[in-house]
Design a protein around this ligand. Sequence first.
Ligand code: ASP
Length: 274
Amino acid sequence: MGCRVGLEVLQSGGPALDAVEAAVRQLEADPTFDAGCGSFLNEDGEVELDASIMDGAKLKAGAVAAVRRLLHPVTFARKIMEKTDHLLLVGTGAEKFARKMGTKFCPTTALLTGRELGLWKKLRKKKGFHAKTVFSGHPKGTVGAVALDSWGNLAAATSTGGTPRKMAGRVGDTPVIGAGTYADNTLGAVSCTGWGEGIIRIGLARRVLSYLEGGASARVAVKRAVEEMRRRVDGYGGAILVTPKGQIGLYHNTPRMAFAYSDKTGDVKAGIKI
Ligand code: ASP
């Protein structure tokens, strides 16, 4: 489970950035989720991945969009953050830099599951299909992690295969800092999932933090931001939050959102519905 992996990093004194990266890597490798292996296919039957990571101490971030054949785009996003002056890389340039960094590419088949191939075949010819409807029914989605370490540093990371039958080249909220991911040591760390177009339009991750700035508790801040997204852009999704004091917030307006969290005690609480 991603949460346990992240927790081990934190318990052994590791930084929040390592914890969120480790947790997301674990979930990218797990075919249950729409990230890395198990991702939705786009309309061409390809897997195109988006990911981002943010360091709340320095407000530094790295992101990659629409990249192919990487099992762990979150690690590549971190390389972009740490080894370049840029924040977001896409397309052939991203692939070129990945090769330069020695990042291992995998065949598309390593990211593909029979379940997603079946869904792609089913949706391929469906008339009037809208990706948003997926979020009111489909039980899987993007993966994300937020963490607070023993030095008080916060970090967030998110990784996704996007939405089913998306256009080739479509980029969702996940690599958009302030939309799918945000971390600021003075406020909180947030990772989001759901219908990306709505999440970007409302700037969901940063909006959660705006509610905190306005005095809301962690729980209420996430709920208000997700409800506002629904009200203003008819958006569906959810978010997870941790504050500098270790308060946790999570909320979704989709039927389900798998989650797990822990605190200093090391007890893990997990569920698929709040
Ligand atoms: N937010 C992702 C996207 O729109 C999809 C998801 O969360 O499942 O790309």
